[in-house]
Design a protein around this ligand. Structure first.
Ligand code: SF4
Length: 128
């Protein structure tokens, strides 16, 4: 599978890398967010062989200005969080390939600002 993404910030040092994203508000829900686990895997793959070595994700998280402590790891167990993110991404892609991609906003309040409510199927999910 080929994905296109733009990583905001990664720090690399002595064979390890840290992937960081910045949020003005709170960090996204770890159970739903795919971005950083997938960026971590993609960065490991993209860097593989750089400087003649293997690069390993050592930390991933959000600098979220409304999060207590300002930094939110993607999970206490990094490899489990990355594996979980990969599984959820594969499940999402499988669903899309089957034509199943129901709108599921993390917070329905976000729909208030969405420019696409007239074409969105969120009110019909479950009827299909
Ligand atoms: S209105 Fe639909 S497309 Fe817009 S945020 Fe809500 S669920 Fe997503």
């Amino acid at each position: 599978m080929r994905l296109l993404a733009k990583l905001l910030r990664a720090f690399i040092r002595r064979g390890t890398l840290r992937v960081i994203d910045y949020k003005l508000g709170r960090a996204p829900d770890r159970k739903r967010a795919l971005q950083l686990p997938i960026y971590g895997v993609a960065a490991e793959q993209a860097l593989d062989g750089h400087s003649g070595r293997r690069w390993t994700l050592s930390r991933a998280g959000y600098v979220a200005f409304k999060h207590k402590g300002a930094f939110a790891d993607i999970g206490q167990n990094l490899s489990a969080a990355v594996a979980d993110g990969q599984e959820r991404l594969i499940a999402a892609v499988d669903g899309i390939e089957r034509g199943e991609f129901p709108p599921r906003p993390e917070d329905p309040f976000l729909c208030t600002w969405c420019p696409y409510p007239t074409v969105c199927r969120k009110d019909y999910v479950g009827d299909e």
